[in-house]
Design a protein around this ligand. Structure first.
Ligand code: DQA
Length: 146
């Protein structure tokens, strides 16, 4: 079972980017942890990060028919990108939305996700561990459906 882990803009800077908000764990460490958890679950992770909306959409297209589900932190595109929402819908892949911070306790413009209505679940505010929880929840949900 292949799971795509998709990270959007500025998440390549995790570790040093606003550590009081996003913590000190790097994206490489998050991806490594996802890989270890996936192996434990008998799954496999393919990770991709880009600061470009188009590149994220292209990557989603390549996971069509390849991945079984997606863990996505779309960064600020979460709040704006109908194109990313359309791409997720076009893949028909179940996805879990993740945010390191609790976006619902932040500025009003971060309290709306254009992606969430299509998600099977959402994890936010639990820092880097949120990716692991999202992955476990996604794999469990996929297994219960099959
Ligand atoms: C974020 C929250 C977004 O509002 C922000 O633009 C990010 C990171 C999070 O993980 O908490 O880049 O997705």
């Amino acid at each position: 079972m292949i799971i795509g882990v998709l990270n959007g803009p500025n998440l390549n800077l995790l570790g040093t980017r606003e550590p009081a908000v996003y913590g000190t764990t790097t994206l490489d460490e998050i991806v490594a942890r996802c890989g270890a958890v996936a192996a434990e679950l008998g799954a496999e992770v393919r990770a991709f990060q880009s600061n470009s909306e188009g590149a994220l959409i292209d990557q989603l297209h390549t996971w069509r028919g390849v991945a079984c589900g997606i863990v996505i932190n779309a960064g600020a595109y979460t709040h704006t990108s109908l194109a990313l929402r359309d791409a997720l819908a076009a893949t028909s892949l179940p996805f879990v939305e993740v945010h390191l911070s609790n976006v619902y306790a932040r500025e009003p413009e971060r309290r709306h996700s254009v992606l969430a209505s299509g998600a099977i679940g959402l994890v936010c505010g639990l820092g880097a561990s949120g990716y692991e929880f999202a992955l476990r929840g996604l794999v469990q949900t996929l297994r219960s459906r099959s």
